[in-house]
Structure formats: structure tokens, C-alpha cells
Design a binder for this molecule. Structure first.
Ligand code: ADP
Length: 558
């Protein structure tokens, strides 16, 4: 019983929840209805031939009540209660002036429905107690004043009970709707408070504008970012604080936000320029979304000050340019140096060769031989450095001439035959039938690529075979694929990615054991790329490696 009562009480509306603007609109409406009665009730009284003192007195009373219901001094709740009192008095007057016509009893029901619009217990209870007193009590004690028919007058208790039940049912329904309304408003307020809190604590400036680009909301972060208080910003065009000139979409942000070009910058990030209250400009990034509420459009813009990011980007850009310039200078220097060293080196080698052709004793020949081998190695390294730095500096130009790939492959592999034989390795060459007779490109550089791969294969293979093969790459538009495979030491998985980098070798001991600079594959890879092909490798440590690359068969053939 107790819990039923407390549940019932909890289900009742709390009351007095309307905000000032909503309450004022309703109060004005209800007062207008009251003023209709100030005129209507006396007219009805005259029509019903009631005594002038009654209907004029009634009219004057209602007018006085209507005036009192506007007195600011009495406060909002009392004004509502007075207006209610006026309306139920009008109901009572109409019932009494009509001599208790049953149709006019409905007036009370209508008035109760109007009064509940205040959503306040005071006017509601004022109305209800008036109905109980004037209708219930007066109707039961003086039935002829309330019921204009014999039936009602004969059984006033029954009629009071029937009317009372209807009023009760109506009030229950009204209270229910009132409560539903109240809950919906509470939820809306709560959700609004949540949104406001999120907006207020947002790290971005959040600005709301209407369809004409006029600011309607401005959060704390916007106050800080633009140095303009909320009260000053609201009502201003957004274009005052966001430059219309530099939006990356080409159209001005202000123009777009004013709704003229909806969708142009909506829902994507746009860079623009912000302007503080004192006119100082700073780069911003903004994202705008549009919300259409009840047919009116509203734009919410999130604005981020990206000055710091821009500074970083500029610094990075400058650092990158400086690094590129330095790298270019280094490559240039290397290219020049290698070129300069190569000329005397050729002189040294030439002279050593001439020396070797003369009469020498065994010791002298050994010394001269060693000098020649070292010189050749050095020239090889210098050539690699020269090529690499030329490629880096973007100064290596490829030829585009017709050449015979079969011949080129045959010649290149022949050069290595003897070397392979000496190491006890077999060297085979397989060329697929469908390879075109003439290819277009740079045969010298292609030879360089092959030489590099074959000499690596020889260098890193102690037993087994070296196999060179060429075939059309299946599924590609005219690419020839060349494979150089060996049964050598192989390359560990983790090193396979980096051996194409300049100065990189599979492991640190390679130089000591096999020599080399780690430049060969870097050059090969760059050359293959420049020829429009690609390259890769498969390798199993201890079993061997296959290096492959592709070249276009018809690069400039047409
Ligand atoms: P270099 O041979 O002058 O050291 P490269 O760029 O030609 O430079 O090769 C880089 C590294 O890749 C070599 O040092 C070696 O570790 C590895 N490598 C290249 N070819 C082979 C191969 N056929 N078998 C095993 N390792 C290889």
C-alpha cells in the first residue's frame, strides 16, 4: 500500500518546470482566452435575460481578475493561479447564467485542459478545488443552481458522483500527459547539458552559425583562440573571424558557411585563416557539419589552431630541402672525385700492364701483378661509386638503342665461363624461344646489371652451378624476366630486404671474406628501376639464391 502510494506520487508531475519564455507565451494565450470571457460572459448573461447586476458584475469581476493576473508584483505562479481563478469563475458564471444547462458543464472540462498548460500545481489545484466547491458542493447542496433539469435536481448525489468521476478521469489523463511532457523536457535538457559540456571541454573551438553565417554559439575554446568573449561573438558573421580568402576548397569559408555553397566544405577538413579580435591572423583547420532542425539549417564548425603544426611542417620542409641539397652536393662531389681518380688510375693500370709485358724476374712480376690486381679492384670500386653518385645526382642518362638480348646474354656469360670452370662450377644459359630478336634500351647498362649479378653468384658460390635464364614474364605486357641463380651460401631472410641498400652487405664478415663494397646491388636496382623494370630475389641460406629482374622488351620499339 505504502509502495503503491509512493509509486503513484513518483509518477506525478513535479510541476513548475517551464522556462520563462515558454511560460510567458502560454500565460499570454490563457489571458487572451480570459479576455474573451470578460466580453462573452456579460453578453451571454444579457442574452439569457439575467439581471444586469449579475452579468455586468460578472464581467467586471472577470476584467478585474484578468488585470490582476498581469501584475508583475505578484509573481509568476500567483499570476497563473489568478488567471485560472478567472477562467473557472467564467465557467461557473456560464453554468449559473444558463440556469444549469448541462452543455455548459463542459466548459469546466475545457478550462482544466487549458490550465494544465501552465504545468504548475498551484493553478491546477486552484482550478480543481473550484470545480469541487462550485460544482460538487454547491451542486449537491443547491442542485437547482447547477443542474437545469429535473433529473439532476432530484438526484444531486448521483449527478455529483458522475460529474466528479469524469473530472477525475480527465485530471488523471491530464497529469499523465503533463508528466510525459516533463520527462521529455528533462531528457532534452540533460542531453543539451551533456552536449554543452562536451563542447565546452572540447580542445577545438566550436562555433555554431545559422544559415546566413551568423554566429549563434561560441565555446570557451573559441573565446581563447580568437580572444573574443562569447557575448561579443554571438550575432557577428563568422567571416569576421575566419578569412574567406584561403580556404583550400577555393571558395571562401565564410561564403560556404553562409549556406550559399552547402556541401562544398561540409564534413571534410579545410585549411583557412583565423583572425583574432585584434586582427591577428593564424592558420586554422576547420570541419563543418550541417544540422537541419525543423527546416532551418545550422552549421557547427570545429576549428583548430594549426600554427604549431604549420611551423613544424615548414621546419621539416626546410630541413628536407637542406638535406636534399647536401646529399646532392655530396653525390656531385663523389662523382667529380671518382672521375678525377679514375684518370690517373687508368694511367697506373696502363703502365703496370706495360711493365708486366717486359722482362721481369719472378719477384718483380709478383709485385707488378699484385699492383695490377689491386689497381683493377680499385678502378672497379671507383666505377661503382661514380655510377652510384651519378644515379643519386640524377645525372645518369640511359640509352635507347636496338640490341640483341640473346647475343648480349651469350657474350656476358661467356666472359664468366673460365672463372666458373676454375672454381669447378657449371654455368648454364637458357633463353626462351619467344623472346623478341631485337629489344630497345641500354645494352651497356643491361650488361652491367648482368655482370654484377653473375659475378656475385660466382663470388658467393663454392660448389654447384650458376644458371642464367631469360623468358617472357607471364601476364605482363612485354616484360622479359632474367634470372641468375646459384647454389651458393644464400642470404638470410632478415638481410634480404637491406642488401639492395647502398653499402649494405648480408653480414659484417662478408667484406673480410669476399671483399666488395655493398654498392653493386644498389646500382643494379636503380638501373632496373630506371629501365622501367623491377627486381627481387629468393634465397635459402646454405642452398643458394636467385636474383631476378625484368626489362621491357618493347621500351621504345614502336
Ligand atoms: P658487394 O658484393 O660489393 O658486397 P653487392 O651490393 O653486390 O655488394 O651485394 C651486397 C651483399 O649481398 C653482398 O655483400 C652479399 O652479402 C649479398 N649477396 C649478393 N649476391 C649474393 C649471392 N648471389 N649469394 C649470396 N649473397 C649475395
Amino acid at each position: 500500500m505504502h509502495s503503491l502510494l509512493s509509486n503513484l506520487l513518483a509518477a506525478l508531475p513535479k510541476g513548475d518546470a517551464l522556462d520563462e519564455p515558454a511560460w510567458s507565451v502560454r500565460h499570454r494565450g490563457i489571458l487572451s482566452i480570459l479576455w474573451v470571457h470578460v466580453v462573452g460572459v456579460p453578453l451571454y448573461g444579457a442574452y439569457m435575460d439575467a439581471g444586469p447586476s449579475l452579468y455586468l458584475g460578472g464581467g467586471i469581476l472577470l476584467a478585474a481578475i484578468a488585470i490582476a493576473a498581469r501584475l508583475p508584483a505578484v509573481g509568476r505562479r500567483l499570476q497563473a493561479a489568478i488567471a485560472t481563478y478567472g477562467l473557472v469563475t467564467a465557467s461557473a458564471l456560464l453554468v449559473h447564467l444558463s440556469g444549469g444547462r448541462i452543455e455548459l458543464h463542459f466548459h469546466f472540462f475545457v478550462i482544466m485542459s487549458i490550465i494544465v498548460l501552465y504545468q504548475d500545481w498551484l493553478p491546477f489545484l486552484v482550478g480543481l478545488q473550484f470545480v469541487v466547491l462550485d460544482h460538487g458542493v454547491v451542486g449537491t447542496l443547491m442542485p437547482d443552481m447547477v443542474y437545469g433539469h429535473a433529473e439532476g435536481q432530484a438526484h444531486p448525489w448521483t449527478w455529483a458522483l458522475i460529474h466528479g468521476s469524469f473530472i477525475l478521469a480527465q485530471c488523471a489523463a491530464l497529469l499523465y500527459f503533463w508528466r510525459v511532457n516533463e520527462v521529455a523536457r528533462e531528457e532534452a535538457l540533460e542531453s543539451e547539458a551533456r552536449t554543452r559540456m562536451i563542447i565546452e571541454t572540447a580542445l577545438d573551438a566550436v562555433v555554431t552559425t545559422n544559415a546566413s553565417g551568423i554566429i549563434t554559439d561560441w565555446n570557451t575554446q573559441a573565446e581563447l583562440m580568437f580572444d573574443v568573449p562569447r557575448t561579443d561573438a554571438i550575432g557577428q558573421p563568422l567571416a569576421t573571424y575566419l578569412s574567406t580568402a584561403q580556404s583550400s576548397s577555393g571558395a571562401g569559408a565564410g561564403v560556404i558557411l553562409s549556406g550559399l555553397v552547402p556541401g562544398a566544405i561540409l564534413n571534410r577538413r579545410v585549411e583557412s585563416v583565423g583572425r583574432t579580435g585584434s586582427g591577428q591572423e593564424f592558420p586554422v583547420e576547420l570541419a563543418t557539419s550541417c544540422l537541419a532542425i525543423g527546416g532551418t539549417q545550422q552549421f557547427t564548425t570545429f576549428i583548430q589552431n594549426i600554427s604549431e603544426r604549420k611551423q613544424h611542417e615548414d621546419a621539416l620542409c626546410r630541413a628536407k630541402e637542406a638535406a636534399e641539397a647536401a646529399s646532392q652536393a655530396k653525390s656531385q662531389f663523389l662523382a667529380n672525385m671518382s672521375h678525377e681518380i679514375r684518370t690517373p688510375m687508368n694511367g697506373v693500370l696502363g703502365m703496370t700492364e706495360l711493365l708486366l709485358a717486359t722482362q721481369l724476374n719472378e719477384r718483380q712480376r709478383r709485385y707488378a701483378d699484385t699492383a695490377h690486381t689491386s689497381g683493377t679492384n680499385l678502378r672497379h670500386i671507383i666505377n661503382d661509386i661514380l655510377d652510384f653518385s651519378k644515379i643519386e645526382a640524377g645525372r645518369l642518362v640511359l640509352e635507347h638503342i636496338p640490341y640483341d638480348l640473346r647475343l648480349l646474354l651469350a657474350e656476358t656469360s661467356t666472359i664468366f665461363h673460365e672463372q666458373a670452370l676454375k672454381k669447378g662450377l657449371s654455368l648454364t644459359l637458357t633463353i626462351a624461344q619467344d623472346i623478341p630478336v631485337t629489344l630497345h634500351g641500354d645494352p651497356h647498362r643491361l650488361r652491367q646489371i648482368l655482370t654484377n649479378l653473375i659475378s656475385n653468384a660466382l663470388k658467393f658460390t663454392a660448389t654447384g652451378r650458376i644458371a642464367i635464364s631469360a623468358a617472357m614474364e607471364p601476364g605482363s605486357a612485354g616484360q622479359v624476366r632474367i634470372d641468375v641463380s646459384d647454389t651458393g651460401i644464400g642470404i638470410p631472410q632478415d638481410a634480404q630486404g637491406r642488401i639492395f641498400d647502398a653499402f649494405s652487405q648480408a653480414d659484417g664478415s662478408t667484406t673480410r671474406k669476399y671483399g666488395g663494397t655493398g654498392l653493386g646491388l644498389a646500382i643494379v636496382k636503380q638501373l632496373v628501376g630506371m629501365m622501367g623494370g623491377h627486381m627481387g630475389l629468393t634465397s635459402v641460406p646454405g642452398e643458394g639464391s636467385t636474383f631476378w629482374f625484368t626489362v621491357s622488351a618493347y621500351a621504345t620499339a614502336t
